[in-house]
Design a binder for this molecule. Sequence first.
Ligand SMILES: Cc1cc2nc3c(=O)[nH]c(=O)nc-3n(C[C@H](O)[C@H](O)[C@H](O)COP(=O)(O)O)c2cc1C
Length: 189
Amino acid sequence: MAEALRILGIAGSLRAGSLNRALLRAAVDLAPEGMTIEPFDLIDVPLYNGDVEAAGDPPGVAAFKQAIAAADGVLFATPEYNHGVPGVMKNAIDWASRPPREAPLGAKPVGIIGASPGQTGTARGQSQLRQAFEFTNSYCMPQPELLVFRAHEKFDGEGQLSDEATAAYLQRYLEAFGAWVRRFRTPGD
Ligand SMILES: Cc1cc2nc3c(=O)[nH]c(=O)nc-3n(C[C@H](O)[C@H](O)[C@H](O)COP(=O)(O)O)c2cc1C
């Protein structure tokens, strides 16, 4: 049997009570057989600065880029801020898009999920993220999508996913994502 898929999970929110961090934790728990999801915290990724980059990636950036490079695929759980991708998430992607021809996000299978208390469940933020992945030349799974709307009603006081329908959608999403990532594996991986 093929080796288990190693998926890196990234939430675009730093706050402890984040719905997107909670969604990622649920993904860790619901990952199908043959897939492990390891969350990576963006707290140590500084604001992108070309001068800093020219002097050498700071430790938090180097660790982030290495974690992406070592993963078979990356799962992004994005909030939506002002109809777009929050700066925390976009900034991390900007670092990981460089250097252009050797960027860890280049030719990497990626997936997008997101949660917000609003009715549209990060639809616009997810669209914007997809656009960024065109430029990074990442293989972004087109379907299915997972938009967790009214997300504050779907997690309990401990941040555990308590909505059964959302858990079932997430499970199906992860199964599809596993199949997507495997498409880009070379035989023997
Ligand atoms: C600056 C800011 C802008 C926001 N803009 C949107 C928005 O455009 N659409 C939306 O659905 N929610 C918006 N929200 C609400 C967020 O979806 C909500 O705070 C969510 O819980 C953030 O994600 P997190 O829980 O993972 O931190 C915004 C929140 C902030 C702080």
